[in-house]
Design a protein around this ligand. Sequence first.
Ligand SMILES: Cc1cc2nc3c(=O)[nH]c(=O)nc-3n(C[C@H](O)[C@H](O)[C@H](O)COP(=O)(O)OP(=O)(O)OC[C@H]3O[C@@H](n4cnc5c(N)ncnc54)[C@H](O)[C@@H]3O)c2cc1C
Length: 402
Amino acid sequence: MRGGSSKKQLIIIGGGAAGFFLAANLTSKYWDTLILEQSKQPMQKVKISGGGRCNLTHACFEPRKLAKFYPRGAKELLSVFSRFQPADTFEWFENKGVALKIEEDNRVFPVSDSSQTVIDVLMREAEKNEVQARYETAVTDIKTENGKFCIKTKNEIYFSDSLVIATGSSPKMWTILEKLGHTIVPPVPSLFTFNCQNVLIQNLAGTSFPEAEISIPKLKIKQFGAVMITHWGLSGPAILKLSSLGARELHELNYSFTLRINWISEKFDRTVELLVEQKKNNAKKSLYSAKIPQVTNRFWQNLLQTAGIKEKLWAETGNADINKIADILTNTNLQISGKSAFKEEFVTAGGVDLKEIDFKTMQSKLVPNLYFAGEVLNIDAITGGFNFQACWSEAFIISRNL
Ligand SMILES: Cc1cc2nc3c(=O)[nH]c(=O)nc-3n(C[C@H](O)[C@H](O)[C@H](O)COP(=O)(O)OP(=O)(O)OC[C@H]3O[C@@H](n4cnc5c(N)ncnc54)[C@H](O)[C@@H]3O)c2cc1C
């Protein structure tokens, strides 16, 4: 048990991104703060994030636009981002000596290209704020007693006036929170790639289509952007975004569904025109060797074979063949059977029901002085630095409220 201080006691459960950003922003004037972390070391996900470089935010400085990147939490985060958004993240880190850079796709990284820089600054600021941390200390139960929180670990019981849950996607913590009266939206994976075996994409790992249009007709969701063929199926920004948009429904379908792809984002009629033009300009050349510029050579070979079109001259290629090619280019239906983890970033959709949180303060509407930040909430985003941004913004708001 801790005690002996005239300040109020605050406990943060979880020494991850959200927990440490809060600790780095708390004033020691009012709070005697302790982080309880079950692992040996803090911020292990920050460490491996962004391929070890930590994509800590996204250069999107308009809260309304930014919120749209969150399939779950968009509405609630709007007010949160109006108070702490990527511009503030920039300022915060740069003021603390961490230079940041914006990459071409608007993802933001430390100039050092090392997540350790982010970990170091958060640890240093937390220390300045006199926040203590206990590692290898997993919380096993939480109760409320006489207006205080009674927090159990294997060997000790801690008491606090306020409590922040920043445990990420931890099923054990969700069970504890259910006992406190909170509703947990069942967790499902988000941000994954699609498994697919189809002759059209066979042996084409590494081939990419910078401007594809993809959709899942059954769910009426679509995306536009780069698609990449992998050894197992399909990946790339558009696929990841679609996986995030449909996370819950795709889980219900057991990841078995039809994906529709327009590989070149052209209308069927326009594609026929492009092919007719190709025929005119390459009449004497073989169909297999004179591909259209929009696709790679290997994809063109697979496409013609899939369409059952034999080698011939372009001049001999009739309308029926041209229509078949245009149909595959603009309207391929692929059967997806399963998903794979995306190595760079994966998150969980699900968590504490947002209806039970007051987003002005990040406080529970059910249990006074109980706060939440980070992936423990039913908030998640597509890849690109948005997940950390939600952690920073929520944690910052708690720090100001406290
Ligand atoms: C491989 C990978 C790469 C990623 N890359 C990026 C990226 O580049 N950009 C981005 O925006 N997002 C990225 N993400 C997502 C991002 O890491 C998470 O959204 C973010 O870490 C969530 O922060 P959090 O503080 O809520 O949870 P976490 O960072 O998971 O921290 C929760 C902490 O709580 C502790 N804990 C849990 N239960 C207990 C308990 N009962 N008692 C005590 N401690 C407990 C855990 O050990 C953990 O340290 C990536 C995720 C992965 C897996």
